[in-house]
Design a protein around this ligand. Structure first.
Ligand SMILES: Cc1cc2nc3c(=O)[nH]c(=O)nc-3n(C[C@H](O)[C@H](O)[C@H](O)COP(=O)(O)O)c2cc1C
Length: 173
């Protein structure tokens, strides 16, 4: 296992996966467990996670993406849905409009790091037709699909992506 810094540095978006290497169920469970270990507003975990492995559902999800290549041939796709109603019951409008989205986003980010830690690759796909994903997965009206995370054993060496200089981002006061 890598330490945290190595794990973060080794996370790159993977868009091609080994076709003959399914992901072990215990690895999927470990990734979900780490996603659920993320912080959430009031500890409410205002999200739902769908773990999709059935080929016909993966195809429907792929078709819902603007770029149908971006999920690659991933054997597993996690769909993170925010649950605004759950957050709003305690936190009102701020829970509905902000915390539920943040909860789901952080959980998805943790899932990507956990995937690295168990030797998997992943990609975050945000550019998809929410309605089509909702129908395919039967996501209820009070949840919103916000991120698809493809996951599997990498079949590509990912390109290094640049980062903005920290001095452009950080305001040390
Ligand atoms: C909110 C969000 C939306 C994204 N949407 C897509 C997408 O629709 N398709 C895609 O291939 N990658 C998508 N990505 C992945 C980014 O392109 C990628 O993280 C970025 O280029 C940096 O590369 P790296 O992940 O390898 O560091 C998304 C990432 C985030 C965080």
């Amino acid at each position: 296992m890598w330490d945290f810094f190595e794990t973060v540095r080794h996370r790159h978006s993977i868009r091609q996966y080994q076709p003959d290497m399914p992901v072990e169920p215990e690895k999927i469970s470990a990734v979900i467990e780490m996603a659920c270990a993320a912080p959430s507003a009031g500890g409410l975990q205002a999200y739902q996670i769908y773990a999709i492995q059935k080929p016909e559902l993966r195809q429907k999800i792929t078709n819902a993406c603007t770029d149908i290549a971006c999920l690659g041939n991933a054997p597993v796709v996690l769909c993170f849905c925010s649950h605004p109603k759950r957050a709003s019951e305690r936190f009102g409008e701020r829970g509905r409009n902000l915390y539920a989205l943040q909860d789901a986003t952080i959980a998805a980010a943790y899932a990507q790091l956990a995937a690295v830690s168990v030797g998997l690759g992943s990609n975050w796909v945000g550019d998809f037709d929410e309605g089509a994903v909702r129908v395919a997965l039967e996501v209820p009206e009070d949840c919103r699909p916000i991120a698809l995370i493809s996951m599997g054993y990498p079949a590509e060496i990912p390109a290094q992506t640049a980062r903005r200089p920290i001095r452009e981002i950080l305001h040390s006061l």
